[in-house]
Design a protein around this ligand. Structure first.
Ligand code: NZQ
Ligand code: ZN
Length: 381
């Protein structure tokens, strides 16, 4: 097992009717900026619940954060923070609002130039406004991690950062807020959480049986509970199980001491930047191609996954695992081929070259360069 430090300071408040606890969770006597997206929280009553819980507090608002939150929009919120001397940020919505809020938190305190450098140049930033969240969409795990992914419209880039200053102080997870989710977002959320586990599990054996079994437990639960949510959208317990799976999938625990991949996510972010696909839509089409391409390198874990998660006992276990995963994604209603989005066999050179420009190689052994990325994309067609 590899060395690791595990530190997750986010307080999770879970369950029906928990938004009212914002009253005690949020700092008293401070100026709070509530951030949100395109209006779902107004339609489903979450906005009213938050306002009620924080009645009497100094509460400002910034709405309009897009899915795949944009730097250009977020910088407007940064200006509000500076002008109004905001002390605390409260994100209310899905992973995009929360990721955007994490960026606002860092950028508002960043004084060394353009905050985009935090993403593009890994410029150090060691201060952030404190933040909390009410999460309305189970998918990203952002509610309990230090990551954020931000898009820049003008350059068609989508980049991630990790910074311990942006762990939310608290996250309120009320599964009842998920009842209003469109089916597409539920499908996306199940797929995203599933692939988060895979990125940390399906690499090569690291003699870390506890992390393996924790990962397999989340995968098996998603395989059971994901379809249950889709079939019975009003089933509170199914919703609750999905929320907890998504949080556990990317809160750092299963990634302790093991190699990690993230190839599917890195290629997926480029597909969103170039073609505007939803985050999870990119994942379900890239993952099977990555596995086919890396089948030999990932053979041992593919076989373990086939046996333990899918109960495969004979035959080409790795091949069957890939097939069963693709069938699972399709059963959720996800597509698994680029051509299904009208993307033609084209030239992926510009997209793949971005990895060279950034000087990064992908995969658990950093062996996937732009040439391999191009091949993988062609296999996605
Ligand atoms: O904008 P509003 O009106 O709120 O509507 C949103 C949005 O249109 C809607 N929605 C959210 N909760 C709802 C709801 N509609 C009805 N009822 C509710 N309860 O859903 C739409 C999608 O929301 P979004 O926040 O974009 O989805 P998600 O949570 O899947 O977040 C995706 C973003 O997270 C990033 C992705 O790249 C993408 O930008 N990721 C962040 C990660 C992290 N921070 O650790 C890891 C992930 O791998 C991922 O990359
Ligand atoms: Zn993801």
């Amino acid at each position: 097992m590899q060395n690791f430090t595990y530190h997750n300071p986010t307080k999770l408040v879970f369950g029906r009717g928990t938004i009212v606890q914002l009253r005690d969770l949020s700092p008293a006597g401070k100026r709070i900026l509530m951030t949100y997206g395109g209006g779902s929280i107004k339609a489903n009553g979450v906005y009213d619940q938050v306002k009620r819980a924080l009645r009497g507090r100094r509460l400002l608002e910034f709405g309009g954060i897009e899915p795949n939150p944009r730097y250009e929009t977020l910088m407007k919120a940064v200006a509000v923070c500076r002008r109004e001397q905001v002390d605390f940020l409260l994100s209310v919505g899905g992973g995009s609002v929360l990721d955007g809020t994490k960026f606002i938190a860092l950028a508002a305190r960043y004084q060394r130039g353009d905050p985009w450098d935090i993403l593009s140049k890994h410029a150090p930033a060691n201060q952030a406004l404190p933040l909390g969240c009410v999460l309305t969409l189970p998918a990203t795990g952002s509610e309990s991690n230090m990551f954020a992914v931000i898009s820049r419209e003008s350059t068609r880039e989508k980049l991630a950062f990790a910074n311990p200053c942006v762990f939310p102080q608290f996250s309120v997870l009320d599964p009842a807020t998920n009842f209003s989710l469109p089916r597409r977002q539920v499908q996306n959320g199940i797929a995203d959480a599933f692939v988060h586990v895979i990125e940390q599990y399906l690499t090569y054996p690291a003699d870390a049986p506890l992390q393996d079994r924790q990962a397999e437990a989340i995968l098996k639960t998603l395989i059971e509970e994901g379809p249950r949510v889709l079939q019975r959208p009003r089933d509170y317990n199914a919703r609750a199980n999905l929320v907890w799976c998504a949080t556990q999938a990317l809160n750092g625990l299963i990634g302790c001491g093991v190699p990690q991949d993230w190839t599917t996510h890195m290629i997926g972010h480029e597909l969103t930047a170039f073609y505007g696909l939803d985050h999870a839509q990119t994942l379900t089409l890239v993952l099977p191609a990555v596995w086919k391409h890396q089948k030999k390198a990932k053979m041992k874990k593919l076989v373990q996954y086939a046996e333990r998660v899918w109960g495969v006992e004979t035959g080409d276990k790795a091949g069957l695992a890939i097939q069963k995963t693709e069938t699972f994604f399709r059963s959720l209603g996800m597509r698994t081929r680029l051509s299904e989005y009208g993307i033609e066999p084209g030239d992926f050179t510009e997209l793949a070259a971005r990895f060279d420009e950034r000087g990064i190689k992908l995969g658990e052994r950093q062996r996937i360069g732009s040439r391999q990325v191009r091949q993988i994309l062609e296999w996605c067609l």
